[in-house]
Ligand binder design. Structure first.
Ligand code: NAP
Length: 304
């Protein structure tokens, strides 16, 4: 009986997971929209810019290195869907000086019109044990990953609210949902984005401005951008089944975009928490085993 109930629950969860893309809100209307992508010269940011461009958007790429920006612009321009489309490049450090960031966003708006969607993708990761990481690493990661998302968002939000249209996307990480060994500096900077996004969503929702937090896993494939596009109407954008489980587990007081999403979270919470406890036990045992192996090899080295 218990087995049957568990099997029905799993089947229901799977069904909800499968039908959710059909029920979730539609992607933004991108043809003609002005999309600013920070970190748009490389990796995930470049893929997102490319996907938006393929859907007819005008793109502003923001990053520091001018050569990489121009290279990305050339790659993206090969995929134009009409001859009016423009890819603008802006070189600026998004984490240093708010007035500089505000100025470049103004320049971009003068050239391509008000920003319809901002994707905060500029970021970096450095891993190491807490006591081995320089204090400056914590400052740097918080500055690039957190303030580097605050500054561009702050620069576009007033116009979005005035126009009653816009979306701000924050690129966090699965390490922004789950603290992992070696990621004390990175995880905290990515967790901070979640708090910023939740509070901001509450403020701007009445103005028809929406916020999305993307939680990419530890991979970088062109397929990521496609999946991200189909989920951009949601507050939480996760990738794959691991990402789905993490997003349900860590939903807390995060807003929901549809009744289905809320229902999924309610139904799956207990099951996913049970699975998570097994994961946590396994992570703890890996860390303990590695520590014991390290201590053993240090003892052998000392006695040799
Ligand atoms: N790759 C993954 O496995 C993964 C997983 C989860 C989350 N993420 C997150 O996804 C985002 C993109 O990651 P990625 O792997 O695609 O990185 P990437 O290939 O290294 O690209 C990073 C981009 O950000 C720009 N950038 C870095 N610091 C900047 C700054 N201070 N000001 C302006 N631009 C800056 C870089 O250009 P310049 O260096 O020229 O400035 C580059 O365009 C990051 O936020 C990362 O934390 C990545």
């Amino acid at each position: 009986m218990l087995l049957l109930a568990a099997a029905s629950l799993v089947a229901f969860v799977l069904l909800l997971y499968m039908v959710s893309p059909l029920i979730s809100p539609k992607p933004l209307a991108l043809p003609g929209a002005h999309v600013v992508v920070t970190g748009g010269s490389s990796g995930i940011g470049k893929c997102i810019a490319l996907e938006c461009y393929k859907q007819g958007a005008f793109i502003t790429l923001v990053a520091r290195n001018e050569d990489k920006l121009l290279q990305a612009k050339k790659e993206i321009e090969k995929h134009s869907v009409n001859d009016k489309q423009v890819v603008l490049c802006i070189s600026v450090d998004v984490s240093q000086d708010y007035s500089q960031v505000e100025n470049v966003i103004k320049q971009a708006q003068e050239k391509l019109g008000p920003v319809d969607m901002l994707v905060n993708c500029a970021g970096m990761s450095l891993a190491g044990k807490f006591e081995d990481l320089e204090v400056s690493t914590f400052e740097r990661l918080m500055s690039v990953n957190y303030l580097g998302s605050v500054y561009p968002s702050r620069a576009v939000i007033t116009t979005m609210k005035e126009r009653r249209v816009g979306r701000v996307v924050f690129v966090s990480s699965q390490a922004g949902q789950l603290g992992l060994f070696g990621y004390t500096a990175y995880s905290s900077s990515k967790f901070a984005i979640r708090g910023l996004a939740e509070a901001l969503q509450m403020e701007v929702k009445p103005y028809n401005v929406y916020v999305t937090v993307a939680y990419p896993p530890d991979t970088d494939t062109p397929g990521f951008a496609k999946e991200n596009q189909t989920k951009q109407g949601n507050f939480s954008s996760s990738i794959g089944s691991d990402g789905y489980m993490l997003s349900s587990l860590t939903c807390g007081m995060a807003p929901v975009t549809s009744i289905t999403e809320g229902l999924q979270q309610v139904v799956t919470m207990g099951l996913f928490r049970t699975i998570a406890l097994f994961y946590l036990g396994s992570f703890d045992s890996i860390v303990r085993r590695c520590m014991m192996q390290k201590t053993k090899s240090e003892t052998i080295d000392k006695t040799a």
